[in-house]
Design a protein. Structure first.
Length: 587
């Protein structure tokens, strides 16, 4: 239960709303019990007064009638207040939970979140946090109301029908404690499985949606759909199992209430015959018991889903309790004036016992130097950029900026000096302007158009229906891959950083557009440090140095022309790429 107790502590800042909601739920209980019991007494007493011809006018119908109206209004007002306060408190708690989770998760990105698929992380942020509202709305509040109902039963019923009081109390304990315990035990495993399956379904659906183009191209959509249907069938089977358990538990808790009413009638009828209890009082007790047992009716189903809530809490803590790969120093070093970036004998592996990704990497990047990093997939090119961004720390060697180790700088200072374009730069469901503003929130329209011009996207945006204010859709779905790439590049340009780290900036562009963007970037990068990671070896003449990686090591380095003349692996890769480009143009 530790995960649930952990999250209960987050309820404290909103205790007034939550306690107020629980209090209004008790008011609703009082209104229901008062309305049922008084109505039963009133109707029975009225009927008996009507049958009695001795003095029918002596019966007072006004005060009981006023009481019935009072309890009816109390129940209605209490229900409104209960809904208002409990939902307001719940929304405030969920808001705090999401803020807390983001504060914990953001320092983990990307190093400590690489094992989570996007859909799984989204499910934790949305569904798992939403599941925690059950803890308050469906467990804590109904449990508190049931406790008040039990107190009312043991304090009032013994004065009217003592024999029925004991039996009703035992039946209420059965319905309010024993059955919820059985429900929690029986539903624990299935509830946990439902939480996992729900996350898996969301992940599969999100991944399939994002990769639909590739699935169709490689004719794998049918196989993916079959896997999704199998997972959905398993989920529906578990839901059916939980629904069956819910039906049996609802029937059982309903029977406890009906049994209490029946026993009250049996014992009360004898007292009516003995003239120690009036018929209206018997009706008062029987209908009052119905209202009291309504308080325990939600408990078995609430505790049945406690396993699902616990699983959601565990999944959130599994992420939130991870330690960041890199943390800001307590006393960061002053921001260096010299922006000379160096890799000195850097070695890196993603797992302590995993294979080496980079070995003995030396890079000298003074201000104004432009270096291209090339090599086959998996050679470690993108890892170099990740280390320069301090997503990870190298296990061997060191990386310095102006002579200061990167780990000694604050994250804010580092990211203010470095602009990065990764292979997976996100385009958000917003307008072109809002996506650009992530690079510089204070940028005006002129600066945005200038950035778009450099990225080769100004003409395209100018043709859009609302230009900068055009909505680009979820993940930029209204843009092509190349257009989305250039929008992300314009965002980097808008930041105007002294160090540029670009991972395949020309990916998805046709040759003419790529040449235009390359020329604009060359002009922009004048006087700035630039690291250009690329597979395209056909246009690197303007680079100061080309570093060719293979299996995490520097195999060749030098100028583009010099490496071609050396006729090593770089030259052979260049010839293959040039031949492929010629074939593509011929086709």
């Amino acid at each position: 239960m530790r995960p649930l107790l952990f999250f209960l502590r987050m309820f404290r800042p909103h205790w007034a709303w939550l306690a107020g909601g629980a209090a209004m739920a008790v008011v609703v209980l009082l209104g229901v019990v008062g309305l049922l019991s008084l109505s039963g007494w009133f109707l029975t007493a009225t009927a008996l007064a009507g049958l009695s011809m001795a003095n029918p006018g002596a019966f007072d119908i006004y005060r009981p009638g006023a009481g019935v109206r009072f309890f009816a209004l109390l129940r209605t007002g209490g229900r409104y207040g209960e809904r208002l306060l409990t939902h307001e408190g719940t929304f405030r708690v969920l808001s705090d939970l999401r803020s807390w989770f983001f504060r914990r998760a953001l320092p983990l990105s990307p190093a400590r979140l690489q094992d989570l698929r996007a859909g799984d992380l989204l499910n934790r942020v949305v569904a798992d946090i939403d599941a925690l509202d059950t803890l308050y709305l469906r467990v804590l509040v109904p449990s508190a109301v049931a406790c008040v109902a039990f107190l009312l039963l043991v304090l009032v019923l013994p004065w009217l029908i003592p024999e029925a009081a004991v039996a009703a109390a035992l039946l209420m304990l059965l319905g309010g404690i024993a059955l919820p315990w059985i429900a929690a035990r029986a539903g624990m495993r299935t509830g946990r499985e439902l939480a996992v399956l729900r996350a898996a379904l969301r992940t599969e659906a999100l991944d399939a949606g994002r990769g639909m183009a590739e699935l169709l191209v490689y004719d794998r959509s049918g196989r993916r759909a079959a896997a999704f249907e199998a997972l959905d069938a398993t989920f529906l089977a578990q839901q059916a199992r939980m629904s069956g358990l819910t039906g049996w538990l609802n029937a059982a808790v309903g029977l406890t209430g009906q049994a209490a009413v029946l026993l009250a009638f049996v014992f009360g009828a004898g007292m009516v015959q003995a003239a120690t209890l009036s018929a209206p009082q018997l009706a008062f007790v029987m209908l009052g018991l119905m209202g009291l047992f309504e308080a325990v009716a939600p408990l078995p189903m609430a505790y049945q889903y406690l396993g699902q809530v616990r699983q959601a809490a565990e999944r959130l803590l599994a992420v939130a309790e991870r330690r960041p790969a890199v943390v800001d120093p307590v006393q960061p070093a002053p921001r260096p004036r010299d922006l000379h970036l160096r890799f000195e004998a850097v070695g890196f592996r993603y797992a302590t016992d995993g294979p080496a990704v980079l070995q003995d990497i030396d890079l000298d990047l003074p201000p104004g130097r432009h270096v291209a990093v090339t090599g086959p997939s998996g050679a470690g090119k993108s890892t170099i950029l990740n280390l320069a961004l301090r997503f990870h720390l190298p296990q061997e060697g060191r990386i310095t900026l102006g002579g200061v180790p990167l780990e000694a700088l604050s994250e804010a200072d580092l990211y203010d000096m470095v602009g990065s374009l990764s292979q997976s730069s996100e385009i958000f469901a917003a307008t072109v302007r809002e996506n650009l503003a992530l690079g510089d929130p204070a940028a005006d329209d002129a600066a945005m158009w200038a950035a778009l011009e450099i990225a080769g996207l100004a003409e395209f945006v100018d043709r859009l229906p609302h230009t900068l204010d055009t909505f680009v859709g979820e993940h930029g779905q209204t843009l092509s891959g190349g257009e989305g790439r250039r929008l992300a590049l314009a965002r980097v340009v808008l930041r105007d950083p002294p160090i540029l780290l670009l991972d395949e900036p020309l990916a998805g562009l046709d040759r003419e557009t790529a040449a235009t963007v390359r020329a604009a970037l060359r002009q922009l990068a004048a006087g700035r440090t630039m690291v250009w990671v690329t597979h395209d070896l056909t246009a690197l003449d303007d680079m100061d140095e080309v570093v060719h990686l293979q299996a995490g090591r520097v195999k060749e380095r030098g100028s583009h022309a010099g490496l071609l003349a050396a006729d090593g692996g770089y030259a052979r890769s260049h010839r293959l790429m040039a031949a492929a480009a010629t074939t593509a143009m011929a086709d």
